[in-house]
Design a protein around this ligand. Structure first.
Ligand code: PLP
Length: 623
């Protein structure tokens, strides 16, 4: 646990049990837990192999309860007269079962949904059977979108289209003039308060969405002119995801409430405040100031928001609004994880060849040899720099044709032996300079894991986001290797560059030596927000198997659904290949090879079978 900080980022959902396996709880205070390694073994017996996405639906329920309770506490404590409703922005994870479960579990807390596009709106309209379920529509809206929203309003749905840019208001007004329908409108404002961290650009004056303050004023006057000011019911802001500092949340609320109070003063009937998303989660368990962690608790977040709204509304003597939050990452991040194995490991170590004695070699090889011989703790830093220089000289000599391949090979062996000693020395002396951190990564073993970074962990590739990565078993053994985890794609970007470290992010992860990596399982945790649907088909690695679990008791669980991952033939259809046509083309070539006596008849059958079986196989490594 000290190495992987499970207790910190795991929030009680994840822990290490007596057998050294990761176990999962439906909530931090639950008595029941499920051993993840046992679960994976049992999935294998059902012929569901890794990589497999495991979704713990109970965690979704607990997240909704957690956020609702925190706001409820704040409301009671402040004697706040409004209500709080969590909204699930479905862009975070549009999987049918996720959206349906959110609605099912969230019913008692008044949970609503947020849609950010027409496709998402169509999902949301069909699933919200209860007319009291709030629906907020963000994103750009064309006429069809406006018509759909208008009709949904007429059907009695509690739907709030949010004006994201001024022109949208004119579309709603034009639609009203044609049909007499005007839903309750929301308006998104651009705050001058900026978010922090990787998503900071979402807020601030230059942000993509929302009305600038002069436009807000213009919109209010335009609505008044059309006698429609009463339709403006909701004010919305969103300053970015994963807000790491509470200070920014407080600033945003104060600025928004000032705008809110002014709009009320101008005559609008604002009843709702939608504070957007951004509630962060702790991905790395560190107490450092990183974008992967947050400097506040959930209760602090809820209390600060409720208190500040109350304070300004009291000062301005206006009614407090009901509060919506669109905290997608908070609701979904923890519930799913990818479990995979490590079919291959490569490391920089002695290659086992005999080399000539360096006395006979050229300068840099001999010097490298002497450097290794004379390396001591006292001169290790100096030796490091010398070795880098000799290596560079040796490479120049090689390129000019003065060094043979065996000489270069020997030089490189010596170089890496020196580097390993230097690194060990730096560790002992606690001298982990940036140079040494880079060296750590260079010396680390490469663990080729059975997954695609682009399909399953797109934010690790796109924005270097950290996700907790830990073996799901052998955790009562000290990890004895330092590793870099890479994926199966033939893309050099398919590498995980950042991991949880003891004092903040680091470039490698401690793992165990493996004899048969097929049986060494690692889990990539907290991937329920954004990763499941942002992923893409690089190298045609498709969807992984996905299993939905409900925990029912100690090591008792129910598999609610089991969706097999894409087969190769399925992913080929995504890029317009037809199975029959491929088989036909293959058959022709095989027959030709038989005619030309390159293949015997039984070999031709074998080749055809292999090809056909391949089409129906998993896109990932199969044992
Ligand atoms: N609401 C809006 C308008 C968004 O753009 C986003 C995503 O950034 C969210 C809500 C969800 O944010 P988060 O997942 O950080 O809570």
């Amino acid at each position: 646990n000290e190495v992987y900080k499970v207790n910190q980022w795991g929030l009680g959902y994840f822990a290490i049990n007596e057998s050294g396996n990761v176990c999962v709880r439906p909530s931090a205070d639950s008595e029941h837990k499920v051993d993840l390694k046992k679960l994976v073994d049992e999935l294998r017996q059902r012929k569901i192999n890794v990589p497999v996405l495991i979704r713990f639906m109970d965690i979704l329920r607990d997240r909704i309860a957690q956020i609702s309770t925190a706001f409820k506490n704040a409301i009671v404590e402040n004697e706040y007269q409004g209500q709080y409703y969590p909204l699930f922005p479905i862009k975070v994870n549009q999987e049918r079962d996720v959206v349906s479960s959110m609605l099912e579990y969230g019913k008692e807390f008044g949970l609503g949904l947020e849609a950010g596009s027409k496709a998402e709106l169509l999902i949301v309209l069909a699933l919200t059977l209860d007319p009291d379920t709030p629906i907020v529509c963000n994103g750009y809206k064309d006429r069809e979108f406006v018509q759909l929203v208008g009709m949904a309003h007429k059907m009695g749905k509690k739907i709030f289209p949010v004006i994201e840019n001024y022109d949208e208001l004119e579309t709603f007004i034009a639609h009203y003039k044609e049909t007499g329908i005007m839903p309750r409108l929301g308006m998104r404002i651009k705050l001058s308060t900026k978010g922090v961290g990787k998503w900071a650009k979402t807020g601030g004056d230059a942000s993509k969405f929302g009305l600038r303050i002069p436009e807000v004023l213009k919109a209010v006057e335009r609505l008044r002119e059309e006698n429609l000011l009463d339709s403006l019911n909701l004010l919305h802001f969103h300053i970015g995801s994963q807000i790491t500092k509470i200070k920014v949340v407080k600033q945003a609320i104060v600025e928004t409430l000032r705008v809110f109070a002014e709009i009320v003063r101008l005559g609008a009937k604002l009843e709702y405040l939608d504070i957007g998303g951004g509630l962060g989660v702790d991905y790395d368990g560190s107490s450092q100031e990183t974008y992967s962690t947050i400097n506040y608790t959930l209760q602090e977040y809820a209390s600060d928001i409720v208190y500040r709204i109350q304070q300004i509304c009291q000062e301005k003597q206006i009614a407090v609004p009901n509060i919506f939050s669109e905290s997608g990452r908070f609701l979904a991040a923890h519930y799913s994880m990818l479990i995979t194995n490590v079919p291959t490991v490569s490391s920089i170590g002695p290659c086992g060849l005999e080399f000539p004695h360096p006395d006979k070699g050229y300068g840099p090889v001999k010097e490298m040899y002497d450097l290794l011989e004379g390396l001591t703790p006292a001169n290790s830093q100096e030796s490091f720099h010398d070795a880098v220089q000799y290596r560079s000289e040796a490479l120049s000599l090689f390129n000019l044709g003065y060094l043979t391949l065996p000489e270069r090979a020997y030089m490189e062996e010596l170089y890496w032996r020196i580097m390993r000693k230097v690194y060990e020395q730096a560790q002992i002396q606690g001298l982990l300079s940036p140079e040494m951190e880079d060296l750590e990564q260079e010396l680390s073993d490469t663990y080729f894991a059975n997954f695609s970074l682009f399909q399953s962990l797109p934010d690790s590739w796109a924005i270097d986001q950290i996700f907790p990565i830990i073996p799901i078993h052998r955790l009562n053994e000290e990890p004895d290797r330092i590793a870099t985890v890479v994926d199966l794609t033939c893309d050099s970007d398919g590498v995980i560059d950042d991991y949880i470290g003891e004092d903040g992010p680091r470039h490698c992860v401690p793992l165990h030596s493996v004899h048969n990596g097929n049986n060494y399982y690692i889990g990539i945790f907290m991937i329920g927000a954004y990763q499941e649907t942002l992923g893409e088909l690089h190298n045609l690695f498709g969807d992984t198997h996905a299993v939905q679990i409900r925990i029912q008791g100690e090591n008792q669980y129910k598999i609610e659904s089991l969706i097999k991952g894409d087969t190769i033939h399925q992913v080929l259809t995504y890029v317009s290949f037809n199975r029959k046509e491929l088989l036909h083309k293959m058959r022709e070539q095989i027959e030709q090879a038989v005619d030309e006596r390159k293949l015997k008849l039984d070999e031709s059958a074998q080749m055809m079978d292999l090809y056909e079986e391949g089409l129906y196989g998993y896109t990932y490594f199969e044992e």
